[in-house]
Ligand binder design. Structure first.
Ligand SMILES: C[S@@+](CC[C@H](N)C(=O)[O-])C[C@H]1O[C@@H](n2cnc3c(N)ncnc32)[C@H](O)[C@@H]1O
Length: 393
């Protein structure tokens, strides 16, 4: 396929990849409408081997993901434009470039203003990590996300998206931590281990870290299942143990993760992270029962909280808001943000705390603010406060 406009398009693509301003390239408008491949979405990822172009092939009933070096990717894209698609839409931070190829092969480029926002701009030297690849991914296959050909089951594509989003969100923070080799990551309430395996994969195979990782889970059958999958995946320093978040014996925790552990089990996990002086605490709370039961609102707000749903939402905000403040009082710099859209799961908040030093005056100030908020809502004690008080913290 030789054509001046097409050559110009690939020159632009090369420049955009080099400048790291590519948001995504979408190949679409099928040449053959009966083809199962509906579109291909290409983004930049950084993996251990370096920067790669990540291809997501969107079939009617499944997605297949593959990474290619730039030089390998160009002939693949060219071939795809010859055989499969008429259009290539190049979304960048600065412009949108559309290549349309007519049936007889004549191509036209149109350049317009940018229409997509850069999620994680390469221009800021901040490499986007959407990297849990499906190729030969044993744990994703064993967990039922991929079929025997390592293709994402259509009905599991949300789960696959959630796993990637989780790594994209937490990855950059972990990358910034200066932890020495051998650090210990604990995932409390690991469940079936989807996110535990993905984090282990990211830390060891993508970041190249030497770590030990422990998944803690109260259900023995899940622990056995996860240990089997860890062995099949040759994840030699990942183990799962049966126990409760509050009491399971553990060596020093460097990174504490607790995703969707119920109600105060999240507080038990945060507490274990704090007393172990963990460098990073990551939790996605769920079921906010404790604070809701504590609410004794006597001010004007009671006119709003008489509605059950508003009371529920308020209790969630106050529970998690106080959690973040209590972590801050213990010397953690916190961020609270959405994990994944509510289309995928209603449990969508992440609290991330990074260990910093705090001076006594700042601590006192935070504690006073916590007390004022508790007073406003008539709350006696946040469960996490009780745990810390019991430990003299
Ligand atoms: C909703 S699942 C979440 C699994 C996984 N973290 C995720 O986000 O995909 C919660 C898991 O935590 C476990 N769990 C809840 N409370 C626990 C506790 N106190 N100690 C240990 N495991 C607990 C449950 O058995 C369940 O498997």
């Amino acid at each position: 396929m030789e054509n001046q406009q097409i050559n110009l398009f690939f020159d632009k693509l090369k420049r955009i990849v080099n400048d790291k301003t590519l948001i995504k390239l979408v190949l679409s408008n099928q040449r053959d409408h009966s083809s199962e491949l509906k579109s291909t979405i290409i983004t930049i990822v950084e993996i251990k081997k370096g920067v790669r172009l990540n291809f997501v092939y969107r079939f009617k009933t499944k997605d297949i993901t593959k990474n290619f070096a730039f030089e390998e990717a160009i002939p693949i894209i060219k071939k795809s434009l010859e055989d499969e698609f008429f259009n290539a839409d190049l979304f960048t931070n600065n412009e949108t470039i559309q290549l349309n190829i007519a049936k007889r092969g004549k191509a036209k480029i149109k350049t317009t203003r940018p229409v997509l926002k850069a999620v994680d701009s390469f221009a800021h030297d901040h490499v986007k990590e959407r990297v849990i690849a499906t190729e030969q991914n044993v744990y994703l296959r064993e967990l039922g996300i991929l079929n025997a050909n390592y293709e994402v089951y259509h009905e599991m594509s949300d789960k696959y998206l959630q796993i990637n989003r989780y790594i994209e969100l937490i990855g950059p923070t972990i990358r910034e931590l200066s932890l020495s080799d051998g650090f210990h990551v604990v995932d409390m309430g690991s469940g079936k281990g989807y996110l535990t395996f993905a984090m282990y994969d990211f830390l060891t195979n993508i970041l190249g870290k030497k770590i030990t990782m422990t998944g803690v889970e109260s259900r023995n059958e899940l622990v056995n299942l996860s240990n089997d999958i860890a062995a099949k995946s040759k994840f030699s320093s990942l183990r799962f143990i049966t126990g409760t978040i509050a009491e399971v014996p553990l060596e020093k925790i460097d990174i504490l993760i607790a995703l969707h552990a119920c109600d105060t089990a999240t507080d038990d996990a945060i507490f274990r992270g704090i007393v172990s002086h963990a460098s990073l605490i990551v939790c996605a709370p769920c079921c906010h029962k404790q604070i809701r039961k504590e609410f004794r609102v006597k001010n004007e707000l009671k006119n709003i909280l008489k509605h059950g749903i508003l009371m529920e939402r308020q209790a969630e905000i106050i529970t998690d808001g106080l959690r973040a403040m209590i972590m801050e009082s213990q010397g953690y710099q916190t961020r609270v943000f959405e994990f994944i859209s509510t289309d995928h799961t209603p449990k969508n908040l992440l609290i991330v705390g990074r260990k910093v030093t705090i001076n006594p005056a700042d601590k006192l100030n935070i504690l006073e603010n916590i007390n004022r908020i508790k007073e406003f809502y008539g709350i006696g004690q946040h469960y996490l406060e009780g745990l810390l008080a019991g430990a003299g913290k």
